[in-house]
Design a protein around this ligand. Structure first.
Ligand SMILES: Cc1ncc(COP(=O)(O)O)c(C=O)c1O
Length: 402
């Protein structure tokens, strides 16, 4: 039989946490697993700007005929402007394209497909730790993943020197996946000076940056967060940027994302583009339009754009507020713990510096669902559950000191 003989694939570790949360009957259960923003009521609401743009489309869109493998051209333009700016040198030199993809994941996939076509021997350097799909997609293309040190999850320390040391072993033509901001899973980002230092070394060594940019707007602001994407694509002759509108437009299920390719010359770029679009054609032919059409409408309309920016600011500020509150409560409830580092980190995620047993206790005794490695989604914390969560974590420290 054709469809027999496979052994079952393990669940994706992130999706496994969601499954466990759904299955729990504990009325106090808390989901700190999957990376979605939640508001103060623990709800992942549709943004007002998105609702308005959807209403506009319902009234005004007059065809749903095919677009093309490149997707929605207006979306591609506004996304590119937001990522690298309309005055980017690669724009003037006709060596940049942005193509809509199904989510940021589609962007990672299509970007790596081009890498595979151009150089199947390129190693793909991935931060340790990272979003697990970086390694999974790399392996699925039979490219070789290599790890570089990034963050000590048990000590809560960003390892910039370790990162630079590991990347010094990369060979020319290797690809380095970098989190544009709000590193998933640590929340630790390079400072602008560190990005400058990294870009200089990558240029010297002939390494190719692949910036995965899924959280623009969640660290410091939309413009400020694009520092790495702009720097890498300006200083280096070639770059890839995978971007996602899942988080900053809260359109997770609409799958609006993009891949942006910067080539070394206009001539090479035309050839590279054709291979990238060829990869799209044999995968899914064309990306779905709805989410992209919504984004294009919002970013192209002055009032809606302003409303969306204020909604992004609100999401970012709520996460920052919960970081602060978490640290405050932990210092009150367990002065012998040290979670102060959580306040300084960016975006949705951080690691709790807990042992495997302590994490197990939070999941099994308290139904607080977090990743087995200690990663939590800070946006899962609300005023309503913060005491339950911090009491549970404090009990781990207070019982140890008895
Ligand atoms: C680092 C990183 N890259 C890419 C993605 C993919 O996002 P999307 O849902 O748009 O495919 C995510 C989503 O969690 C992410 O955290």
């Amino acid at each position: 039989m054709l469809f027999s003989g496979l052994s079952e694939m393990g669940d994706d570790p992130i999706l496994l946490v969601s499954k466990m949360f759904k299955a729990s009957a504990n009325p106090n259960k808390v989901d700190l697993g999957v990376g979605v923003y939640k508001d103060a009521n623990g709800h992942t609401a549709i943004l007002n700007s998105v609702k308005k743009a959807e209403q506009y489309l319902v009234s005004n869109q007059d065809t749903k005929t095919y677009l093309s493998p490149a997707g929605n051209a207006n979306f591609n333009q506004v996304v590119q402007d937001m990522l690298i700016g309309a005055d980017h040198p690669a724009v003037h030199e006709s060596r940049v394209s942005t193509f809509q993809t199904p989510g940021g994941t589609g962007g990672v996939r299509i970007g790596l497909e081009l890498v595979k076509k151009c150089n199947p021997n390129a190693d793909i350097w991935i931060s340790n730790p990272t979003w697990p799909n970086h390694t999974a997609v790399t392996k699925s293309l039979e490219l070789k993943p290599r790890q570089y040190r990034y963050y000590d999850t048990k000590g809560g320390v960003f390892l910039f020197e370790g990162m630079m040391e590991d990347l010094s072993r990369a060979k020319s033509g290797d690809v380095v996946i970098l989190h544009g901001c709000c590193h998933n899973a640590s929340g630790a980002d390079l400072s602008n000076d560190q990005w400058d230092e990294l870009a200089t070394v990558m240029l010297e060594k002939g390494l190719v940056p692949f910036v995965d940019f899924a959280y623009q707007g969640f660290s410091r602001g939309l413009e400020e967060d694009s520092y790495a994407a702009r720097l890498m694509s300006t200083m280096l002759p070639e770059a890839l940027i995978a971007s996602s509108c899942s988080k900053n437009f809260a359109m997770y299920r609409d799958r609006a994302g993009a891949i942006t390719l910067i080539s070394s010359s206009a001539e090479e770029h035309l050839k590279n583009e054709s291979h990238m679009l060829g990869a799209v054609r044999v995968n899914y032919s064309m990306p779905p339009d709805h989410g992209a059409a919504v984004v294009a409408h919002i970013l192209g309309d002055t009032d809606l754009r302003a409303e969306w920016i204020s909604e992004v600011n609100k999401m970012r500020n709520r996460v920052k507020k919960m970081r602060k509150l978490f640290v405050l409560k932990m210092n009150e409830k367990a002065p012998n713990s040290d979670f102060n580092y959580i306040e300084e980190l960016n975006g949705l995620f951080s690691y709790l510096t807990l042992s495997a047993e302590q994490i197990h206790t939070l999941i099994n005794d308290y139904s607080i669902f977090l990743m087995a490695n200690g990663r939590i989604n800070i946006a899962g914390l609300t005023e309503a559950n913060i005491d339950y969560v911090t009491d549970a974590i404090a009990s781990l420290f207070n019982s140890e000191s008895v």
